[in-house]
Design a protein around this ligand. Sequence first.
Ligand code: NAD
Length: 315
Amino acid sequence: MHVLVTGAAGFIGSHLCERLLRDGHTVTGLDSFNTFYDPAQKARNAEDIQRVGGDRFQLVRADLRDLPALRAALDGVDAVVHLAAMAGVQPSIREPLVYEDVNVRGTLHVLEAMRERGIHRLVFASSSSVYGNAQRVPFAEDEPVDRPISPYAATKKAGELLCHTWHHLHAMSVICLRFFTVYGPRQRPDLAIAKFIRMIDAREPIALYGDGSSSRDYTFVLDTVDGIARALARTAAPGYAIYNIGNSGPISLRELVAHVEAAVGKPAQITWQPMQPGDVDRTWADLTHAHADLGYAPHTAIADGIAAQVAWFRG
Ligand SMILES: NC(=O)c1ccc[n+]([C@@H]2O[C@H](COP(=O)([O-])OP(=O)(O)OC[C@H]3O[C@@H](n4cnc5c(N)ncnc54)[C@H](O)[C@@H]3O)[C@@H](O)[C@H]2O)c1
């Protein structure tokens, strides 16, 4: 199959491209190499993909918001995995307009370009942040998600709604995946584990928000990517579905720091700060549906995953 992966040079996208190439697919990777973090990191990721894929991998440097470029990138494509986005909760509060532009209009561009080209299979990257501060845990896909608490979460929910509309009107087969805090080699430098590894290693103080009891369902990137590959295969059958792709083993912030200290081999210096607006108290994925329908079963223990990320950080 020939798959277009948007956001291919990013953290999750680069691992996904490698996985799809190893599975024998042809991959076109589209990425704008934006400056949300160092584009040199993305260039290294793209080189790694190229090494795996050879001439079965083609990189297109383009922005989702450039509709003609997006249309051109869809040449000969059978299915799309749409990962490109402005990610991150806190920056979305500072710059909501760019989040709307890329995550909502950009997703609309993907859907429209696919419709024009007669391409029917799509996997869309949503986020656990759509659950907001839902009280029932673990979070199940049928939980009402109409109370987002950050612009980022609202744009991801909007993406899910657009996907359903294009499924309904144009018989597109769409699976939306709600990822739960993904970590591992190549992790975005703005995310907690990457930051903690860097700063604890440099013996710099780290800021922890709240009282340390907030928790996240950290998911190792290769487990996430396995979920995406399974969902992509499933889009061969018509339909629309939403699945959680998490770990179903929430870890508190205090526990997380202890894991990073152990893997780095140095103690953390902590400065405590009040909880930040927009951040949810906890995430915890109910994986019943992802397991039953996709056969998804994450297997990476947090200590092993963090050790792999530290090894990558040390090069
Ligand atoms: N990492 C996580 O914990 C997590 C959790 C939930 C959801 N997600 C979602 O997964 C997806 C991938 O996240 P990631 O952590 O790999 O982020 P990332 O920033 O590493 O990757 C996103 C890539 O998209 C590209 N991009 C951004 N805007 C673009 C545009 N307008 N046109 C073309 N390319 C553009 C960026 O250059 C980047 O390489 C995103 O949709 C994100 O919202 C991630």
